[in-house]
Design a protein. Structure first.
Length: 256
């Protein structure tokens, strides 16, 4: 008997999320997670995330009238960030996979600097957000950043610490038997040939894929409006997706 799991794409990964679901049901042969890919797109994988905090400590602050008695953590942090932006960022963002580009964003979170205009700041902190392609791994990406920043320490007086805030591995199901069946179902119902790609954000499908389940992501809705203000899904698209899912079940069981 062939088992199919249809998952609505609930974002809670804890007691009521997909990790819980995997432990509670018999392992299915196939799974579809109904995240809003759009009816013309199927995701076979998802990009990962690496988030870091870079903390720069200059030591004892000094007065701006005698800055040589202190170490300016802000200036050293800016030197680190500028080097990353100028040299490493273009290298990272030149990498592509299935039409998606790796990305690195600095300064989404910034803290520190001085508490007074006439003080040399002794503390500065900035964040790094690195989006990991499915053909990369998060540990390699982490080592690349750490090694590069370590190379810059020679010209910097401040102490620099790098803290991992979040790590989510990328995922890829590039040997899916379900994919052709889903493409056929979409073609039969909607008369279109869907684009096959990967999600730029982690989706719950990755938990199923890592459990050895042939899982894909396909669902109604516009990804550009998902998880944001005025999020919506067209009712007509929901109905169309239901017909695609029903046709997919027929496709699966016709070969079972």
């Amino acid at each position: 008997m062939c088992r199919i799991l249809l998952h609505p794409g609930r974002g809670d990964r804890r007691l009521t999320g997909v990790n819980y679901l995997i432990d509670q049901v018999s392992k299915p042969d196939y799974a579809i997670v109904a995240e809003p890919t759009g009816l013309d797109t199927v995701w076979i994988g998802s990009m990962g995330i690496l988030q870091l905090d870079v903390i720069v400590r200059g030591g004892i602050p000094s007065h701006a009238a005698q800055p040589w008695y202190g170490v300016n953590a802000f200036e050293d942090g800016v030197r680190e960030a500028y080097a990353l932006i100028k040299e490493l960022k273009p290298r990272i963002e030149g990498r592509q996979f299935m039409g998606e580009r790796a990305a690195i964003t600095l300064g989404g979170f910034v803290r520190g600097g001085g508490n007074s205009r006439n003080l040399v700041p002794d503390y500065f902190q900035f964040s790094i957000d690195r989006r990991i392609l499915p053909n990369e791994d998060v540990e390699t990406a982490l080592n690349e950043l750490i090694n590069y920043m370590n190379e810059l320490r020679g010209g910097i007086k401040s102490a620099i610490d790098i803290y991992v805030v979040s790590k989510i591995e990328s995922a890829l199901n590039d040997r899916s038997r379900l994919l052709n069946k889903l493409i056929n179902a979409i073609g039969n119902v909607l008369r279109i040939s869907p684009r096959v790609g990967v999600s730029r954000v982690p989706v719950d499908t990755r938990y199923l894929q890592r459990a050895g389940i042939d899982a894909l992501t396909y669902g109604p809705g516009n990804i550009n409006s998902a998880h944001g203000p005025d999020e919506y899904v067209e009712v007509n698209d929901i109905i169309k997706s239901i017909y695609v899912y029903l046709q997919l079940i027929k496709e699966v069981y016709s070969d079972a």
